[in-house]
Design a protein around this ligand. Structure first.
Ligand SMILES: [Zn+2]
Ligand SMILES: [Zn+2]
Length: 430
């Protein structure tokens, strides 16, 4: 029946590995956790799908018809069982295939459908392997993860907070890999950011270090959970909810607050009754006028997280070409732009220390830019001391990671940028 009498997938478990993973409790890095991670990874490189059972192989390549046929005819092994010395469940084997297979022969590659079939026929979503990784961990931990498979697992009652041998749930690895789609799905299904792993690492304390897109995804869900709302949470019409896909639909801003967005004049009119209670127009008291400087920045505009990820040897997306432009005189003067303002980086400090450090850091200019980088400038404190201090204080007290904030703004001329500092917008993915 099976292609292999003893299907091991090419994997072996050494006695040292067994000793480590059989240690009771969660494994801290220095108590063998790192050694086990390394051994697990090293051995995984020998994974060979042709050494799975024929059912395991059909799951790996997501051969929907063959998997279904074997289940119906009773040729499939028990679906709650595992294969290989790593004790991979059939859901995990399928997820592994989805991340490794480049070429899918005809009739295979139907990962979503095959996973749904397995789960509906009795394959449990959470079968821990030797390091207590579930299929959900595997489906969200890599840069090439497929979030749609994670969604299917979660819709079939996978435990989003299942802890692996190191005491961490799927969200930790998803944050570290910077996979926004995976982070988004895990947050949607209630991933906790408060669980300390065996090393005492708490995801909620550090997610702002993983870049603007990850931060925007996390904070969007944190706000939803707490029932709060921030202006410009998502790029969609504030009345009908139609989304800006970046091409056809051009959302127009409310001319007063310049943060509400509408797909049409009709939607804007219909929403006014509600919107007028929160619409805050640009006024002298809630805005500051800043004088931009277009001196050379000495390099491209790059999120701090990219430097950090590179330093940790983690994959980073290539910097888009338009990010490579430095400060420059703007070509147009839009009445309504969303700007990101970054205060000088003062290292990994607590919020209290950053506030205390502010006087020292204010020697350096703030950086201001739009998503498209069609407007990039510096704000130097000597040019506008009072306005600089007001903006910096707001960002250090209420901004993302005490380092940056997003605001509605108007570029009046190359020398005058009006920023509505009275209202901090939701974190934007740039
Ligand atoms: Zn609309
Ligand atoms: Zn408005």
């Amino acid at each position: 029946m099976a292609a292999q009498d003893n299907p091991d997938g090419g994997l072996t478990v050494t006695s040292r590995m067994r000793e480590l993973y059989e240690t009771p409790g969660y494994l801290a890095t220095t108590r063998g956790g790192q050694e086990l991670r390394d051994l697990y990874q090293l051995n995984s490189n020998k994974f060979n799908a042709s050494k799975l059972s024929s059912f395991g192989l059909a799951c790996y390549v997501a051969q929907l018809d063959e998997v279904g046929r074997m289940i119906v005819t009773g040729q499939a092994p028990p679906l709650n069982g595992t294969e290989t010395p790593y004790k991979f469940s059939y859901a995990t084997i399928l997820v592994a295939g989805s991340q490794r297979i480049v070429y899918t022969p005809p009739g295979s590659g139907k990962f979503a459908e095959t996973l749904k079939l397995l789960l509906s026929k009795g394959c449990p979503p959470d079968v821990p392997d030797i390091c207590l990784y579930t299929a959900l961990h595997h489906a969200t931990m890599n840069h090439n993860s497929r979030p749609e498979l994670a969604r299917i697992l979660l819709e079939h009652a996978s435990n989003v907070n299942y802890l692996n041998k190191y005491g961490s749930s799927a969200i930790s690895a998803a944050l570290l890999s910077g996979h926004v789609g995976a982070v988004d799905i895990l947050m949607e299904f209630g991933a906790s950011l408060d669980i300390a792993d065996a090393d005492g690492f708490v995801p909620g304390n550090s997610f702002v270090n993983y870049g603007p897109q990850v931060t925007a995804a996390v904070t969007k869900w944190l706000r939803k959970r707490s029932g709060e709302q921030a202006p410009l949470d998502e790029k969609k019409c504030d009345f009908c909810g139609k989304k800006d896909d970046g091409n056809q639909l051009k959302l127009k801003a409310c001319s007063a607050c310049r943060s509400a967005r509408y797909c049409s004049a009709a939607c804007q009119r219909s929403h006014w009754k509600t919107h007028k209670t929160t619409c805050k127009a640009f006024t002298p008291s809630n805005t500051v006028a800043l004088k931009p400087s277009y001196d050379d920045l000495g390099g491209p505009v790059m999120p701090i997280a990219d430097f950090r990820r590179r330093a940790l040897g983690l994959p980073t997306d290539a910097t888009p070409a338009h990010h490579m432009c430095s400060a420059h005189q703007p070509a147009a003067f839009p009445k309504s732009v969303i700007v990101k303002i970054q205060v000088p980086y003062v290292g990994d400090m607590s919020r209290e220390d950053q506030v205390r450090f502010a006087s020292y850091a204010s020697q350096s200019p703030m950086l201001v830019y739009t998503k498209k980088r069609d407007f990039v400038c510096q704000i130097k404190r000597p040019d506008n001391p009072a306005a600089y201090d007001r903006v910096a204080k707001i960002i250090r007290e209420k901004g993302v990671g005490a380092a940056k904030g997003y605001f509605a703004a108007e570029l009046k001329s190359a020398d005058e940028l009006i920023v509505k500092v009275g209202e901090l917008l939701a974190e934007q993915p740039f």
